[in-house]
Design a protein around this ligand. Structure first.
Ligand SMILES: Cc1cc2nc3c(=O)[nH]c(=O)nc-3n(C[C@H](O)[C@H](O)[C@H](O)COP(=O)(O)OP(=O)(O)OC[C@H]3O[C@@H](n4cnc5c(N)ncnc54)[C@H](O)[C@@H]3O)c2cc1C
Length: 437
């Protein structure tokens, strides 16, 4: 903070979005479309967050029709037609090629009138009472500041809220442990005439021999051929034949909000990639000649801070499909998918079903800070609810709601917590979003 007091203010905007992942991109575009002058800051040189730098694939979860998530999926599908060699074994078409997505998101922001900066980490804030006065960023020439009437925290880790002094939770309620981290990677040279897919530890897919694939993984884990906390090597489709997106490596119990924790998790996970590939080559038909094609450039962090908001989305809301008068994301749906915080596999035996639920506006409004909104995985909810709403389709829809809310508040000079939610709902339904069906 001492260094931040005399910094140069680069610009003053209506809305600042911190983080260019699925939630931040959708927040920034939606705020700009709603008439605000918007700047987005991203610490990496690539937009997309987990979608690109994390190699996360496919885009999972669902929300009601008409949101910006539909628009982005269409954009991804249209742009991959030139390179698409996908083999269709089921009707899902939400798998993406991170390399293709990397070049789509910049123009998507620009065309909507969003200004953005890359290699631009948020490092500090200067507060004016309960409001963020200046967002302090790192630039190639040192620290600089941006002023915004309303800010959106889409950093995943809730960094902007944390720096502003907003209260938060970490990890599951009894012991504070978070879901493990993973480095996803893509393999090529898979023989499609023999090779299986596998969605997760509950997928009963069998090998040619009739043996269940998950049993083969568990045996390799017990024999030390797979890392001690890897009981399943998930093999997801990509848009290309002969490729798999592999979600398998797992590091538990690292504090990935500390520099040492990030280093140690990365170190552990990079070593695991080779073991997983060797396991596939040796044991699984069709994978004998598979090669590492590419891997995530950012640590895959499932869970860190969940910022306390005006409402906390509860386990029951997700399990029973709660409806709220201040709904801004309708029919959000995904499994309660808790990767085990203290061992291999899933925390609850296997992922639990959820019912399509509403996300109320109050989950996006943090306590204590007056000009801040939340979008994405740092939204206000319990550990188990988070395990459902953290998937990308739902984060995109949250981003849209937060973006429009921020634009309305900044242009009308009102605090997000004082916003008349019916006005936001009108604007969302004006975008053809089915909020009340
Ligand atoms: C291993 C793994 C597998 C997953 N599998 C799936 C899956 O198959 N399907 C699915 O839909 N979801 C999956 N998820 C969940 C999903 O990817 C994330 O929850 C989702 O991307 C969250 O979106 P977000 O925009 O909130 O955060 P992120 O995608 O993390 O984006 C946050 C952005 O903020 C930036 N940022 C962070 N701090 C700063 C800072 N200080 N300054 C500037 N910028 C900053 C980051 O660089 C990043 O670009 C998976 C997650 C992980 C980790």
């Amino acid at each position: 903070m001492l260094f931040s007091q005399n910094i140069e203010i680069l610009e003053t905007v209506d809305v600042l979005v911190a983080g260019g992942g699925p939630a931040g991109i959708c927040a920034a575009v939606s705020a700009a479309r709603a008439g605000a002058r918007v700047v987005l800051i991203e610490r990496f040189g690539i937009l997309g967050g987990m979608l690109t730098c994390g190699h996360v694939n496919p885009i999972l979860g669902s929300v009601s029709a008409g949101t910006i998530a539909d628009e982005l999926l269409q954009l991804f599908k249209a742009s991959r037609s030139a390179t698409d060699t996908r083999i269709t074994r089921n009707g899902r078409e939400n798998e993406i090629d991170p390399e293709v997505v990397k070049s789509i998101l910049g123009p998507f922001l620009k065309q909507s009138g969003v200004d953005y900066y890359l290699h631009c980490p948020l490092v500090d804030v200067i507060m004016d009472g309960r409001s963020i006065d200046v967002v302090v960023i790192g630039t190639p020439t040192g620290l600089a500041g941006i002023r915004a009437k309303v800010c959106i925290d889409a950093t995943g880790d809730g960094t902007l809220s944390f720096l502003s002094g907003a209260p938060y939770w970490i990890g599951r309620e009894p012991d504070g442990r978070c879901q493990p981290t993973t480095l996803e990677f893509t393999i090529s040279h898979v023989d499609e005439t023999k090779a299986i897919f596998c969605f997760g530890g509950s997928d009963p897919v069998k090998l040619e021999s009739g043996e269940e694939y998950r049993k083969v993984c568990q045996r390799a884990q017990a024999a030390g051929e797979l890392p001690a906390n890897v009981s399943i090597v998930r093999l997801h489709k990509t848009p290309h034949a002969g490729e798999r997106s592999v979600n398998a490596t797992q590091a538990n119990n690292h504090d990935v909000l500390s520099l040492g924790g990030i280093r140690d998790a990365e170190l552990e996970l990079r070593q695991q990639i080779g073991l997983c590939i060797e396991f596939l080559r040796t044991n699984i038909p069709g994978y004998e000649h598979c090669l590492l094609k590419s891997s995530a450039s950012a640590l895959g962090v499932r869970e860190t801070r969940r910022i306390k908001g005006e409402y906390m989305l509860c386990d029951r809301d997700v399990e029973e499909g709660s409806r709220f008068a201040d709904v801004v994301v309708h029919k959000a749906w995904f499994l309660i998918d808790i990767h085990n915080p203290s061992g291999s596999g899933q925390a609850e035996g296997q992922s639990k079903m959820a019912r399509p639920y509403d996300i109320p506006y109050r989950c996006l409004v943090p306590l204590d800070i007056d000009n801040l909104l939340l979008a994405g995985r740092c939204m206000s909810g319990t550990h188990r609810a988070h395990a459902s709403y953290r998937v990308m389709t739902i984060c995109m829809a949250m981003g849209q709601a937060a973006g429009i809310a921020a634009a309305v508040c900044s242009l009308a000079d009102i605090r997000p917590r004082d916003l008349d939610v019916s006005l936001l709902q009108q604007k969302l339904t004006g975008c053809s979003i089915d909020l009340f069906g």
